[in-house]
Design a protein around this ligand. Sequence first.
Ligand code: PSU
Ligand code: MN
Length: 308
Amino acid sequence: MTTFHLRLGTEVADALRDGRPVVALESTIVSHGLPRPDNLRVAREIEQTVRDAGAVPATIGMVGGELVVGLDDAQLTRLATVDGVAKLSVRDLAVAAATGADGATTVAATSAVAAAAGIGVFATGGLGGVHREAAQTFDESADLGTLARTPIAVVCAGVKSILDVGATLERLETLGVGVVGYRTRRFPGFYLTDAGFDLDWSVDSPEQVAEVLAAREQHGVHSGGLLVANPLPVDEQLDPALHDRTLTEGLARLHRDGVTGKAVTPFLLAHFHSATEGASLAVNIRIILRNADLAARIAVASARRGTA
Ligand code: PSU
Ligand code: MN
């Protein structure tokens, strides 16, 4: 009889046992969010960035039905290069394990697995959210509902404007997910520094985020997630005119091709990468590396405090 458990990579298991800083990383950006062959190179660079800032990277994914926290290089290569890697949200994890699938974990699944493994900080690029036209389609990423019940800090650059940003912020409030800007009171729009919405709170340092996480844990009142929204500097954002053109065209193609459901996000990401001839990819990579660095510094500060 098969037993199912989380397989921790050796380095991750050692770090967690010793109370050293660990940062969770997702695999959906590798398998479905970034184009080949850049995806594998970037996945390795993200891990290296976490190491350079003093933490241990734990990229999470499913290999042959095994749920791995801290993929080794062969496993990472497999999820970045083979065809047919499933996109796994939380609800898919058990089915994928029982059927022996290869799968990449979304923000929702990565958060849930990381928290179960005892990891408190997670770096990604952009969060899923409420899709445009959600009033008709009900298409809202499971990232939001999962963060409502998962005690993890997610460092991201807000959400992409492929989504309804205002509705996403409203849903985060309804669901009780904390949102703080990192050195800003404006919510970032991934490729763009400012998505056009104010935030109630901002934090100034990794140490201050560690304080927030300690307060949440020690109060024992709120056990949901915290979004740390880390914008790109204005001079590094995607040219806003190019961004707007690409978005309009991508949404039109989505309709034309009748793409729906979990295929929507990867379809629009791929459109951005090809239509901007690499400009959006360069920005995307920069965002992820900046978030990996900040997440690692938060994990280091939390480990110093002895709270994560
Ligand atoms: N947003 C991005 N890049 C991504 C994703 C979202 O800017 O790669 C991925 C993340 O893994 C996220 C998922 O959890 O897409 C959301 O997909 P959906 O909208 O189907 O929930
Ligand atoms: Mn969806």
